[in-house]
Write a protein that binds this ligand. Structure first.
Ligand code: SF4
Length: 362
């Protein structure tokens, strides 16, 4: 192993907090040293959270795919006049929520397109309808972009919208819409989305109101390693302040049906090395995050299993009814049976444990 790398990994294991430059060095490992980075991250995972591989039983309800934005990495959204537009009314939403309840899920996740006629009240209505049809369920919903959109459409502050959402049943907020928290990249891949500072402000507001959130990154398109480090630096700094992130979820870019890939502006997703290092570097650099998730939806279960050997401790959700990654061209994204998760966990000597959204055992 490269001597500098050996010293760095040994320092991290002894309690040294990685600098941005050191994280960059780890992202740039291309040889068999990748396994040493993964091994160090796996050791840190073991120390932080032990050997359990956790998962949540959850279901998505994506209320509509009609969206006023046109993010270049999105294969899910539709514009007026497109084929395949859908919109679920109260009856359809409640039917799906009741179905989720009958499937014994503990979490319903709802994020949707930014419908042209949505206001803050539209989100509140959806949350109330879900909670009415599935009482006791944890509602994991919205994201900083939806909160900003609802606030703008209703002439409210984002903090007021978050308060209203919480009162309507919001249990935790999705940390999506982060993509890459570097404005020069956002201008290329999602120019209409809120800028980095606004994403951070809304996340901080949510945490200050007692609404925990996840933290995400979408990587493997046109960002650089430096951009990735900048993104992780922002997440670590916010977590130092608020302790409001429940987990970090790396989302590997699904490229097939997306405008930025089709126009030649993005590469064809991350490589296996990049997927592995994203998890490992996250475990080593985000020393204030207990939980690092691998997304079987984005990476497939085989790569996700390798992520569990490189610092990750969580397999995400059962994901009844996934449609966003499917829209971008991913396959086999609807539902992963906990029996298969168990097979994958036991195959590497670990135990599968069911959790709630907020990482309590259930
Ligand atoms: S990523 Fe979200 S905001 Fe962007 S186009 Fe797709 S649905 Fe709309």
């Amino acid at each position: 192993m490269d001597a500098n790398l050996k010293r760095l990994l040994s320092d991290v294991k002894a309690g040294h907090r990685l600098t941005g430059d050191e994280a960059l060095h780890l992202f740039q490992v291309h040889t068999r040293d990748v396994w040493d980075v993964a091994r160090a991250a796996d050791e840190m995972r073991e120390r932080a959270v032990g050997d359990a591989v956790t998962y949540v039983r959850n279901q998505n309800i994506n209320v509509t795919n009609l969206c006023v934005n046109a993010c270049g990495f999105c294969g899910f959204s539709k514009k007026p006049g497109d084929d395949g537009i859908y919109f679920y009314d109260r009856e359809a939403i409640q039917k799906k929520a009741a179905l989720a309840r009958s499937r014994k899920v503990s979490e319903i996740c709802t994020v949707s397109g930014l419908h042209p006629s949505f206001t803050a009240q539209s989100y509140i209505d959806v949350y109330r309808w879900i909670c009415e049809a599935a009482p006791g369920i944890h509602l994991h919903a919205s994201n900083p972009m939806e909160v900003a959109y609802a606030a703008k459409k209703s002439g409210l502050s984002t903090k007021e919208v978050l308060r209203m959402m919480k009162a309507a049943g919001l249990g935790s907020m999705c940390g999506t819409a982060a993509e890459i928290l570097v404005d020069s990249v956002r201008e290329k891949i999602c120019p209409q989305k809120i800028p980095t500072a606004e994403w951070m402000r809304i996340i901080r507001e949510a945490h200050s109101l007692g609404i925990p959130t996840t933290a995400t990154i979408m990587y493997g398109h046109c960002e650089t390693d430096v951009d990735r480090v900048q993104h992780l630096g922002i997440l670590r700094a916010v977590q130092d302040e608020t302790q409001g992130f429940t987990e970090f979820v790396p989302l590997s870019f699904i490229h097939m049906n997306t405008p930025i890939y089709q126009k030649g502006l993005a590469r064809a997703g991350a490589t296996g090395r990049e997927d592995l290092l994203m998890v490992a570097v996250a475990r080593l650099y985000l020393d204030n995050f207990k939980n690092i998730q691998v997304s079987w939806v984005k990476e497939g279960i085989k790569m996700a299993q390798l992520g569990l050997l490189a610092g990750a401790n969580d397999l995400g959700g059962t994901m009844f009814e996934e449609s966003i990654s499917k829209g971008a061209g991913a396959t086999n994204t609807d539902y992963l049976d906990p029996k298969e998760m168990q097979r994958v966990a036991e195959d590497i000597g670990r135990t599968l444990v069911r959790r709630t959204t907020l990482y309590e055992r259930c």
